[in-house]
Design a binder for this molecule. Structure first.
Ligand code: DAH
Length: 341
């Protein structure tokens, strides 16, 4: 029986040599290590042997079994390696090639700046109010105290449509009327962001479309000092605590009094340079106390209520923050520009 075991060992190992695939290997395993294999039969029948024979046969049988199991495990590993090697060399797909990088999207620099602006105003209690891009002449001008044929209309070169009195809004200010008419007589604290359109000669500083963020606060005892303090705080939050705001008398038909808001030049710190045109100041917004006529058009009695308003250009703010020299970059969709933010 010892000879029989040796013969099993020899034939099975020889047979294993010629195994080249998974299926053949499994067949080999069943034939030589399976329950009904000669080896397992011998090991299973040990009990039938005499006491004298049993230890030697048992020992040898186990030796063969361990040997075959080891040979089997080695073959499994060898086949796995061969398979990998095959797929690396023979397959059309070279899995060792580095993958193509996935282009990562990001927010447009104007959107990033808008969100920064929203966050600052949100902290000061202003919520976003969305108004329409397409307006009537009434909302864009008349209700804002800019009558037809008034010379102040020259401040806004307008895109008209083929529908009489329907225009693309030239500023976000008409949203003030929409917000007031919706909330009257409650107090209001909103910002109104969105795209505006003007019939402009496009240049490094002028585009035919651009964003504005309008602000509006209406209530009892809303005062000029509230406006100045709020805007000064905004300037520090968006440009940094070391910045200073300057307020300059100006004119807008929908505010009285009106002011222009400047920040000391980010580039030269107020010394004077090409960016600030040697004035030391950069203009970032228009503002003022809401004109009584506008308050009334919104439904508020100007003898009881007052309000302040402002309008700023986020692209211009982004240009100042990042040192962008040409506003046309914003809507040119050049990834070399957009990818920098
Ligand atoms: N609507 C003005 C413009 O587009 C900007 C502006 C100025 C808005 C003063 C305001 C304001 O709310 O009070 O030129």
């Amino acid at each position: 029986m010892i000879d029989q075991l040796t013969a099993i060992q020899q034939t099975s190992l020889a047979a294993l040599q010629s195994v080249t695939g998974k299926e053949a290997l499994e067949a080999w395993r069943v034939e030589y290590l399976g329950k009904k294999s000669p080896l397992m039969t011998i090991l299973g029948d040990l009990g039938k042997l005499s006491k004298e024979e049993r230890p030697a046969i048992g020992k040898r049988g186990n030796e063969v079994k361990v040997l075959l199991e080891k040979a089997y495990a080695d073959k499994v590993e060898a086949l796995r390696k061969a398979e990998l090697q095959h797929s690396l060399t023979a397959g059309a797909l070279d899995v060792t090639l580095p993958g193509r990088p996935i282009v990562r999207g990001r927010l447009h620099p104007a959107t990033q700046t808008l969100r920064e602006i929203y966050a600052i105003w949100a902290e000061m209690g202003f919520q976003v109010y969305r108004a329409r891009d397409v307006e009537t002449d009434e909302y864009n001008f008349e209700l804002l105290n800019i009558p037809k044929h008034h010379p102040a209309r020259d401040m806004w070169d307008t895109f008209y449509t083929t529908t009489p009195n329907v225009i693309l809004r030239t500023h976000t200010s008409p949203g003030q009327i929409h917000a007031m008419r919706e909330y009257c007589p409650q107090p209001i604290r909103v910002i109104l962001p969105g795209m505006c359109y003007r019939y402009e000669q496009i240049s490094a500083s002028k585009e035919i479309q651009f964003n504005q963020v309008e602000g509006l606060a209406v209530g009892k005892n809303v005062r000029m000092t509230d406006l100045i303090g709020t805007l000064a705080e905004f300037v520090r939050r968006i440009f940094g605590p070391e910045r200073t705001a300057r307020f300059r008398a100006s004119y807008f038909p929908f505010t009285e009094p009106s002011m222009e808001v400047d920040v000391d030049c980010i580039v030269c710190g107020g010394q004077g340079c090409a960016v600030c045109k040697y004035t030391g100041w950069l203009e970032i917004a228009g503002s003022g106390m809401v004109h009584p006529i506008v308050l009334r058009n919104g439904g508020y009695d100007p003898s009881i209520y007052s309000g302040f308003a402002f309008g700023m250009g986020p692209e211009r703010i982004a240009m100042l923050k990042h040192g962008i020299t040409d506003i046309r970059y914003f809507w040119q969709n050049d990834l070399r520009f957009l990818g920098q933010f």
